[in-house]
Design a binder for this molecule. Structure first.
Ligand code: PEP
Ligand code: MG
Length: 915
C-alpha cells in the first residue's frame, strides 16, 4: 500500500496545510487551510493533493481509488466530526462539494459538483434536517443536474441548443404556468429530478448512481480528468501554465445559501477589481447557491449600500424599488455584513493583496468558501499595487513584482476617439465588465469568432452569456458583449483576466442565435454588422467607432520610477519620427535604439525624390537626387534630436531593397512615369532590373550603401549636420549613433565606416567645428554573430536585429511564415511564434555568441537589441541574462520593457537569497 500522504484536512480552526502549500494543495485548498488556521469560519473539508492528480494520469481510476481510499474515508470522518451529520446517512445527512483547485486560478475551466451525497432516501432526511422540503429538493435537482453534466456527460447536442437541463426546467415551468425557478414547488423539483435522471439515462445510457460513495469517486475522478478538457488545455496554453502541475480536489462540507430568506450566497472583492479603488465591493443573492451568482442567470444585488445606490442609478431603478427589490446586504443583514467586512479587511492585510472571496450565509451564519488574490484589470493592478505601496503595505520590490507585464499592456489599450464618440448614439447599456474600447463585426459563436479572426477580421463576440467553452473565441475577439450576467459572471471574470474589453448583462438587447441577429426593440444587427462596446462605462453602439490611445495615469509614472531603481538594462524605443519620439519619451524611453530612415522616405513628396534617385542612370544623377533629399533628412533628424533632448539616438541607414520604393502594378508604374516625366518603359525596365527572386537576401542593408556609397554619404551628412545645427542653435550636445544594417563581415562594415568617417570629416572641415559620433552595426545575419570579434574591432556598438536574425537563422521568411506558422504551432513543431518570443536556444545562442565574441575583441562594447523581441517579456529576460546593455522596442511597449528589466533583477536577487 502506498504510504504517501495525499489527503490534507482542514476545519474548526485547524488544518494540515497552509497558504505556503499551493503547489501541493492548489490555490483554493491552500487558502482554505490558511483561513481555517486564522479562525475564519470555513466549512470543514479536505484537499486531495496535485500529486494524486499525477498518479491518476499515470495509473488510472482503480489504482487512484486504491491508494486514496483510506485517506479519503478518514477525511470524510473528520468533516463529520467537525460539522455533525454523516455522509450518506438518511437520518442525519451531510453533503459535500467537490471542486477543482490548481496552483493558479483557472476560473471555470475545470469541474465542480455541489450537494453530493444525495439520493432518494437521503433527500428526505435532508428535508427534515433543513426543515425545508423545497430547499432539500432544490439541492437534489441541482446535484443531479451538475453531476449529470460534469460526471455523466449530458451536454447540449449542438451549439445552437440550450442546455438540456435548462430545457427540461423551461418545459416544466411552462406546464405549471410559472415564470421563475423559485416559483417551482418541492413537488415540482422532485418531478424535475426524476426527469433529469431519465434524460441522463436516455442520452448517456448511464444510471444515476445512488450510492454516495460511488458519487464521490465519480466526482473526484471527473475533477482530475477535467484538467485535460479542451477548455482547460486552451486556458493553460494562453496563460502558459505547465500541464504537469495538475489540479487538486477539494471536498468540503456543503453549506446552504438556499434555505430561505436568512440564507444567501455571494462573491466579494476587498478592492474594486475593475478600477482598483480601495472600496469593498461584491454581489450576492438571497436564497441561492454559489453557482447562481457566477452563472449570470439571475441579476445579483450589491453587497454595500454605496454600490447598490450606484448600481440603481446605472440601471435606472428608483430608490424605493431598489430598497424593496434589490437591497444591499449591508441593509438586509447588517450583522453579517459587518462580519464579512472585518474578514475581508483581515484577509487583505494577511495576504497583502486584494482578495476575491466567496461566501455563503446559511440560516444567519456566515461561512467563507474561498479566498484568493483577486483577478483584476491592468488599471486596477497598477492602482492597487501603488496604493498599497503608498500605504506602506508593500515595499518597492514587492510593488514592482506585483505587476504582471502582460497586463500592464492593458493600460495602454485604446479608448474611443472622443469626437466620434460624441456623435455616436448609445443603443444599450450593460455592466462595465472589463475596460477598454472595441469595435468589430458581430459574431455569435466562439468557434466562428476564432475563424473570422484567422481571416483577418476584427470581431465582437456577442452572446446571451459565455461559458468556459467559449474561451478561444473570447481570446480571439476584440471584445465581448453579453446580454446576461453580473460583474462576476464568466464573461466578466474571463475578459478581465484577458485584458479584453467586455460589456456584460446588456439586458435590453435580444440575441437570437438561430436568426443570427441582435436587436434593441425593432432595430436589429445581423452577424457581420459592425458594433462597438465601451467596457469602461458599459455602453453599446450599433456603429463602427474609431479608437484612440488611452491616457496614462500618474500611477504608471510612479511605477516606472520605482522600476528604474532596479533595472540594469536601459530601455530605448524604436521611433522614426519626432511624433513617435515624443510618444516614446512620454512612456519613459531612455533613448532611441532604432530610427529606421527608410520610413521617412515614404512620406509626401519624398517618395518622388527617392524614385528619382533610383531611376538615375549614373552616379551623378543619383547624387543630384540625393542632394534634394539631404535637407529633408537633415530636418527629420533635427526634429528627433530636439525631442529627445540629448538622450542617445541610433539612426540606421537605408535598409530595404530599392525596388520596395517602386510600384508593382502597371497602372501605378504608368502614373509614376507621368509624374516623373519619364517614359513608362523606363520605369518598367527599372522595376524588372531591380526585381529579385529573394529580395530579403538580395541587394539590401549595407549592401546598398556599399554599392551606392553616395547614399551613405548623404545620410551621414544629414545626421552630422543636424547634430551640428542643434549644437549651434539650441546648445544641445548630441552624440549621434550611426548604425549600419545587415552586415555579414568585417570588410563590409569597415567599408561603410570608412565612408562615414570621410564624410563626417568633410562636414567638420566645412563647418570648422566637430562633434562626437559613434558608428555601430546591426547584428542580424548569422555570420555577423559568428564573426562578431572581427566586426567589433571597428564598431562602437552592436544592436541585434532579431527580426532578421530569426528569419535567417530559422530560414523562415518574415513575409511568408504566417502561411505555415499556425499549423506548426498546432502540431507542436514550434512552441511559440519565434518572431514574437525569441528562440533563446537557437537564435539566442547567436545573440550570446555575438555578444561574447564582440566584447572579447572590444572590451566594453555597447550591445543592445532592436528587433520586435525587445518588447517581449520573456525575450527581455533573456537579454538581461545575456548581459545586453539595452533593449529597444515600440514606444507602447516601453513601460512593459522597463518593468521586466527591473523584475528580472529582483527575481535574481530573490533567487540569490534563497540559494
Ligand atoms: C531586425 O531585423 O530585427 C530589425 C530591427 O530590422 P528590420 O525589422 O527593420 O529589418
Ligand atoms: Mg533587419
Amino acid at each position: 500500500m502506498n504510504s504517501i500522504k495525499y489527503v490534507y484536512s482542514f476545519g474548526d480552526k485547524a488544518s494540515e496545510g497552509n497558504a505556503g502549500m499551493k503547489n501541493l494543495l492548489g490555490g483554493k485548498g491552500a487558502n482554505l487551510a490558511e483561513m481555517s488556521l486564522l479562525g475564519i469560519p470555513v466549512p470543514a473539508g479536505f484537499t486531495i493533493s496535485t500529486e494524486a492528480c499525477a498518479h491518476y494520469y499515470s495509473f488510472g481510476r482503480e489504482e487512484l481509488i486504491a491508494i486514496l481510499k483510506d485517506q479519503v474515508v478518514a477525511g470524510v470522518h473528520n468533516i463529520e466530526s467537525v460539522m455533525g451529520g454523516h455522509f450518506g446517512d438518511p437520518t442525519d445527512p451531510l453533503l459535500v462539494s467537490v471542486r477543482s483547485g490548481a496552483r493558479v486560478s483557472m476560473p471555470g475551466m475545470m469541474d465542480t459538483v455541489l450537494n453530493l451525497g444525495l439520493n432518494d432516501e437521503v433527500v428526505e432526511g435532508l428535508a427534515m434536517k433543513m426543515n425545508n422540503e423545497r430547499a432539500a429538493w432544490d439541492s437534489y435537482r441541482r446535484f443531479v443536474q451538475m453531476y449529470g453534466d460534469v460526471v455523466l456527460g449530458l451536454k447540449p447536442a449542438a451549439k445552437e441548443d440550450i442546455d438540456p437541463f435548462e430545457a427540461i426546467i423551461e418545459a416544466l415551468k411552462a406546464e405549471r404556468g410559472v415564470h421563475l425557478d423559485t416559483d417551482l414547488s418541492a413537488a415540482d423539483l422532485q418531478e424535475l429530478t426524476a426527469r433529469f435522471k431519465r434524460a441522463i439515462f436516455s442520452f448517456t445510457g448511464k444510471q444515476f448512481p445512488t450510492n454516495p460513495e460511488d458519487q464521490l469517486w465519480g466526482a473526484i475522478e471527473a475533477v482530475f480528468s477535467s484538467w485535460m478538457n479542451d477548455r482547460a488545455i486552451t486556458y493553460r496554453r494562453l496563460n502558459r501554465i505547465p500541464e504537469g502541475w495538475g489540479t487538486a480536489v477539494n471536498v468540503q462540507a456543503m453549506v446552504f445559501g438556499n434555505l430561505g430568506n436568512s440564507s444567501a450566497t455571494g462573491v466579494a472583492f476587498s478592492r474594486d477589481p475593475s478600477n482598483g479603488e480601495d472600496e469593498f465591493v461584491g454581489e450576492y443573492l438571497i436564497n441561492a447557491q454559489g453557482e447562481d451568482v457566477v452563472a449570470g442567470t439571475r441579476t445579483p444585488q450589491q453587497i454595500t449600500l454605496v454600490s447598490s445606490r450606484r448600481w440603481s442609478k446605472l440601471a435606472n431603478v428608483s430608490e424605493a424599488e431598489r430598497k424593496s427589490a434589490f437591497p444591499s446586504l449591508e441593509e438586509v443583514m447588517p450583522d453579517i455584513y459587518a462580519q464579512l467586512y472585518a474578514i475581508q479587511d483581515r484577509l487583505e492585510a494577511h495576504y497583502k493583496d486584494m482578495q476575491d472571496l466567496e461566501f455563503t450565509i446559511q440560516d444567519g451564519k456566515l461561512w467563507l468558501l474561498q479566498t484568493r488574490n483577486g483577478k483584476r484589470t491592468g488599471k486596477a493592478m497598477v492602482k492597487i499595487a501603488l496604493d498599497m505601496w503608498r500605504e506602506g503595505v508593500l515595499d518597492d520590490r514587492t510593488a514592482v513584482l506585483r505587476i504582471d507585464p502582460v497586463k500592464l499592456d492593458e493600460l495602454l489599450h485604446p479608448i474611443f476617439d472622443k469626437k466620434a464618440l460624441a456623435a455616436a448614439t448609445p443603443m444599450a447599456h450593460g455592466l462595465p465588465a472589463s475596460p477598454g474600447a472595441a469595435s468589430g463585426q458581430i459574431v455569435f459563436f466562439a468557434d466562428e469568432a476564432a475563424e473570422w479572426v484567422k481571416k483577418g477580421k476584427k470581431v465582437i463576440l456577442v452572446r446571451i452569456e459565455t461559458s468556459p467553452e467559449d474561451i478561444q473565441g473570447m481570446a480571439a475577439a476584440e471584445g465581448i458583449l453579453t446580454t446576461r450576467g453580473g460583474m462576476t459572471s464568466h464573461a466578466a471574470v474571463v475578459a478581465r483576466g484577458m485584458g479584453k474589453c467586455c460589456v456584460s448583462g446588456a439586458g435590453t438587447l435580444h440575441v437570437d442565435y438561430h436568426k443570427r441577429n441582435v436587436c434593441v426593440g425593432n432595430v436589429c444587427l445581423q452577424e457581420g454588422d459592425w458594433l462597438s462596446i465601451n467596457g469602461t462605462d458599459g455602453t453599446v453602439y450599433f456603429d463602427k467607432l474609431p479608437t484612440q490611445n488611452a491616457d496614462l495615469s500618474g500611477d504608471l509614472g510612479d511605477l516606472m520610477k520605482i522600476a528604474d531603481k532596479f533595472a540594469r538594462m536601459r530601455v530605448r524605443a524604436n521611433a522614426d519620427t519626432p511624433t513617435d519620439a515624443a510618444v516614446a519619451l512620454s512612456f519613459g524611453a531612455e533613448g532611441i535604439g532604432l530610427c529606421r530612415t527608410e520610413h521617412m522616405f515614404f512620406e509626401g513628396d519624398r517618395i518622388k525624390l527617392i524614385r528619382e534617385m533610383i531611376l538615375a542612370p549614373d552616379t551623378d544623377g543619383r547624387k543630384r537626387a540625393l542632394a534634394k533629399l539631404l535637407p529633408i533628412q537633415r530636418q527629420d533628424f533635427e526634429g528627433i534630436f530636439r525631442v529627445m533632448e540629448g538622450l542617445p539616438i541610433t539612426i540606421r541607414f537605408l535598409d530595404p531593397p530599392l525596388h520596395e520604393f517602386l510600384p508593382k502594378e502597371e497602372e501605378s508604374q504608368r502614373m509614376m512615369a507621368k509624374e516623373m516625366g519619364v517614359p513608362y518603359e523606363q520605369v518598367k525596365h527599372k522595376v524588372e532590373e531591380l526585381s529579385e527572386v529573394n529580395p530579403m537576401m538580395g541587394l539590401r542593408g549595407c549592401r546598398v550603401g556599399n554599392i551606392y556609397p553616395e547614399i551613405t554619404e548623404m545620410q551621414t551628412r544629414a545626421i552630422i549636420e543636424a547634430a551640428l545645427n542643434l549644437k549651434k542653435h539650441h546648445d544641445q550636445d548630441i552624440i549621434p549613433e550611426i548604425m549600419v544594417p545587415l552586415v555579414g563581415s568585417g570588410l563590409e562594415f569597415e567599408a561603410q565606416a570608412e565612408v562615414i568617417h570621410q564624410t563626417a570629416e568633410k562636414v567638420f572641415a566645412e563647418r570648422k567645428t566637430r562633434i562626437d559620433y559613434r558608428i555601430g552595426t546591426m547584428i542580424e545575419v548569422p555570420r555577423a554573430a559568428i564573426m562578431a570579434g572581427q566586426i567589433a574591432l571597428h564598431a562602437d556598438f552592436f544592436s541585434f536585429g532579431t527580426n532578421d536574425l530569426t528569419q535567417l537563422t530559422y530560414g523562415f521568411s518574415r513575409d511568408d511564415v504566417a502561411d505555415f506558422l499556425p499549423a506548426y504551432l498546432e502540431k507542436g513543431l514550434l512552441k511559440v511564434d519565434p518572431f514574437v518570443t525569441l528562440d533563446t536556444e537557437g537564435v539566442g545562442y547567436l545573440v550570446k555568441l555575438g555578444t561574447e565574441n564582440g566584447r572579447e575583441a572590444h572590451p566594453g562594447l555597447k550591445v543592445g537589441i532592436c528587433g520586435e523581441h525587445g518588447g517581449d517579456p520573456e525575450s527581455i529576460e533573456f537579454c538581461h541574462k545575456t548581459g545586453l546593455d539595452y533593449v529597444s522596442c515600440s514606444p507602447y511597449r516601453v513601460p512593459v520593457a522597463k518593468l521586466v528589466a527591473a523584475q528580472v533583477v529582483l527575481k535574481e536577487q530573490q533567487k540569490a537569497v534563497h540559494a
